[in-house]
Write a protein that binds this ligand. Structure first.
Ligand SMILES: [Zn+2]
Length: 158
């Protein structure tokens, strides 16, 4: 349930932020952007469970502030809710580079369904070549197939 998504947490280290939980207006991302004084910055979004429309607005502002200051941003392990936003809203990716992200897969062999981490540099040639990404099923080690529309889910990488 989205409403019960854990509250927002952020852990920071030099050059790195790890965001987790629910991104909404209480996440105060604009203020967080002010704490980043120099780049480059890596933002880990792997444990973001949910983002609402106000959270998206603040996220876009977060990226804009950093872009204004010339801070290079790389996003790692973008969780599915973030990918969905980046596919709908160009500014939700902004100037950021996407190093890796989660995509939905399903295994016909054992019925497993879930997200798998995708490395952009590995999947981009596949997608651009008209192919469909595959992943190893974590349950049976069989071949899991991508479980969304390629032309829609990977739109944000263009
Ligand atoms: Zn399987």
């Amino acid at each position: 349930m989205a409403e019960s998504a854990p509250t927002f947490t952020v852990a920071s280290a030099p050059g790195r932020l790890v965001m987790a939980g629910r991104i909404d207006e209480r996440a105060r991302l604009a203020e967080l952007a002010e704490t980043v004084t120099a780049g480059p910055l890596v933002v880990d979004l792997g444990d973001v469970a949910y983002i609402n429309s106000l959270g998206v607005r603040d996220w876009v502002m977060f990226l804009r502030r950093l872009a204004e200051r010339g801070v290079e941003v790389t996003l790692e392990r973008c969780a599915e809710p973030m990918v969905l936003q980046m596919n709908m809203i160009l500014d939700a990716r902004g100037h950021a580079r996407i190093a890796s992200f989660v995509a939905p897969f399903a295994c016909d062999g054992c019925g497993w369904e879930g997200g798998r981490l995708i490395v952009t540099a590995e999947v981009l040639p596949v997608v651009e070549g008209g192919g469909t990404p595959e992943a190893e099923c974590p349950e049976c080690q069989g071949r899991a197939r991508f479980a969304d529309f390629v032309d829609r889910y990977f739109l944000f990488l263009a």
